[in-house]
Write a protein that binds this ligand. Structure first.
Ligand SMILES: [Zn+2]
Ligand SMILES: [Zn+2]
Length: 116
């Protein structure tokens, strides 16, 4: 075992860099070690995973944003076009609960508020 000249961390004899602070060890200096490419590759690999995850999240959020916008537009066009009665095909104003022509219920049943 050797000790880091900077932070005093115990370092394996064959280490070129202090695992704690990154300072080059005597061995690293004498070996004229290049930058720890394995660590770099590892770091890039991790960054790649993070990027991919970020992209996935972004894609997912973009997708749901588009979905929301689409639903919004559908709702707006429904407001503009009104509700077509499934029974007699009469167009009723948006917000109608019953068809003004045949009396069929055209609003979603969730309108009912129980005992009110
Ligand atoms: Zn150190
Ligand atoms: Zn009708």
């Amino acid at each position: 075992m050797v000790y880091c000249s900077k932070c005093g961390e115990k370092i394996p004899d064959d280490a070129y860099f202090c695992p704690k602070c990154g300072t080059k060890t005597d061995k690293g200096k004498t070996a004229k070690a290049a930058y720890p490419t394995d660590e770099l590759r590892d770091a890039f690999y991790k960054v790649g995973i993070e990027l991919e995850r970020a992209f996935n999240i972004a894609a997912h959020e973009t997708h749901s944003a588009i979905q929301r916008a689409r639903e919004n537009m559908q709702q707006k066009s429904a407001q503009r076009e009104g509700i077509v009665c499934p029974n007699c095909k009469t167009k009723n104003p948006y917000g109608s609960i019953f068809c003004h022509s045949c009396g069929t219920r055209i609003a979603p049943t969730e309108e009912s508020h129980g005992s009110a």
